[in-house]
Design a protein around this ligand. Structure first.
Ligand code: S3P
Length: 175
């Protein structure tokens, strides 16, 4: 069984996915890492800079397709991954989807600390970042909110979110 965590940049997908995978004894998969491996790049920023976003999205799709051959795993997807083509349907077919939902303000505050490694937001002022997050989240919400499970994450520590999701692992092992 595969659990896919979806949600905006900075909502904590990687931390929660890693913690849940550790609890379950399942593989942790970082979709951005898979894309980098496919591209032979050291990070996402390098792919955006040298090959452009369109090529990044093509590789991202390929990385999602490769997950059809994964065993038990928790996957942290990239923030844009469910929002292109039929990626969200594909994720929903391949496993259980979970949306880590956060407000624009909470996302902005978290992203202020990590802008450098995220090519889409590097160099933005706090005000620009809030506008950007608000606008893009409004577009993406319709994809994210199709997830089977929606978890409100504002002001909730990752360890609590991990605890709240443990039942998904338990229900998988009862199948
Ligand atoms: C992106 C989010 C990033 C990464 C890429 C594009 C997006 O993943 O896939 O920089 O379009 O929102 P994270 O959500 O893990 O930061």
């Amino acid at each position: 069984m595969v659990i896919f965590l979806v949600g905006f940049m900075g909502c904590g997908k990687s931390t929660v996915a890693r913690g849940l995978a550790e609890f379950a004894g399942w593989e942790f998969v970082d979709l951005d890492r898979r894309v980098c491996e496919l591209a032979g790049a050291s990070d996402v920023a390098e792919i955006f800079a040298t090959r452009g976003e369109e090529e990044f999205r093509r590789l991202e799709r390929e990385a999602i397709e490769s997950l059809a051959f994964t065993g038990d795993a928790v996957v942290a997807t990239g923030g844009g991954a469910p929002c292109y083509g039929d990626n969200m349907e594909r994720l929903m077919r391949l496993g259980k989807t979970v949306y880590l939902k956060m407000s624009p303000l909470a996302l902005r505050d978290r992203l202020l600390h990590v802008r450098v490694v995220r090519p889409k937001i590097v160099g933005m002022s706090p005000e620009e970042l809030l506008d950007y997050v608000t606008g893009l989240l409004a577009e993406r919400e319709k994809y994210y909110s199709r997830a089977r499970v929606v978890v409100d994450c504002d002001n909730i520590p990752s360890r609590v979110i991990i605890s709240r999701l443990k039942y998904l692992v338990a229900s998988a092992s009862r199948r």
